[in-house]
Ligand binder design. Sequence first.
Ligand SMILES: Nc1nc2c(ncn2[C@@H]2O[C@H](COP(=O)(O)OP(=O)(O)O)[C@@H](O)[C@H]2O)c(=O)[nH]1
Ligand SMILES: [Mg+2]
Length: 247
Amino acid sequence: MSNNSRQGTAESPARAGGESNNVPSQNNNLKPVQVKLVLLGEAAVGKSSLVLRFVNNEFQENKEPTIGAAFLTQKCRLEDKVIKFEIWDTAGQERFHSLAPMYYRNAQAAVVVYDVTKSASLDKAKSWVKELQRQANPNIVIALAGNKIDLVQPTEEGEEESAESGRQVPTDEAKAYAMEAGLLFFETSAKKGDGVRDVFTEIAKKIPLELMMSPRPRQIVNGGPSPLPGLPRANGQNPGQNSGCSC
Ligand SMILES: Nc1nc2c(ncn2[C@@H]2O[C@H](COP(=O)(O)OP(=O)(O)O)[C@@H](O)[C@H]2O)c(=O)[nH]1
Ligand SMILES: [Mg+2]
């Protein structure tokens, strides 16, 4: 396994990051603004696969389930700013639910994922959104991502989505819910890469960066998040840490 595809779990923390040449060299000196982002959603909807696609531009057909949580970083350039996403990819299994507040506490962004071929996964996503809206940072930017669109037959415009298409969550239904709940909305395929970068770019645009760049003391300091049980503090010097940019 390469440095770039390593994942940190609660048991064995590590950094992962993909290099890309999207950031012109004159921007490499810009100090990145750190944004803590958490992924939530039912098990097997593709949370880890979305992160792997965003960070390393890779996909694994039979990805092993996440235990506890994984931590990865990726930079994203936005006009004249560089954002460093500190991504907490949580495990979706119910037995890990009680750990989630540790990961979404102080998060500036959340991606709540469901699987477009499983309607129950949208119900679970809605319950995560409710929990975030009740208990997370009140300014948190939440994106809803309907993943695995590569598994559904595309429909012509105006055509009804039929059961044969494999889709259980119509785009319009999820979009209407997202609008009502004040969420960004995307449909994605971690497998093909469709829509994945947009999720992170649009979140980056919506985060109130000016506030975060002010000289006031911030909750995230020294290049990394506060340590969680079993995890060391990120110090920005880990060899696996990403210095490239995916947006
Ligand atoms: N066809 C397809 N399969 C996917 C996609 N994303 C994830 N998967 C598969 O779904 C399974 C669960 O993915 P994983 O990322 O571990 O889900 P997580 O439990 O939410 O982190 C794995 O077998 C992945 O290969 C996708 O966009 N399309
Ligand atoms: Mg996972």
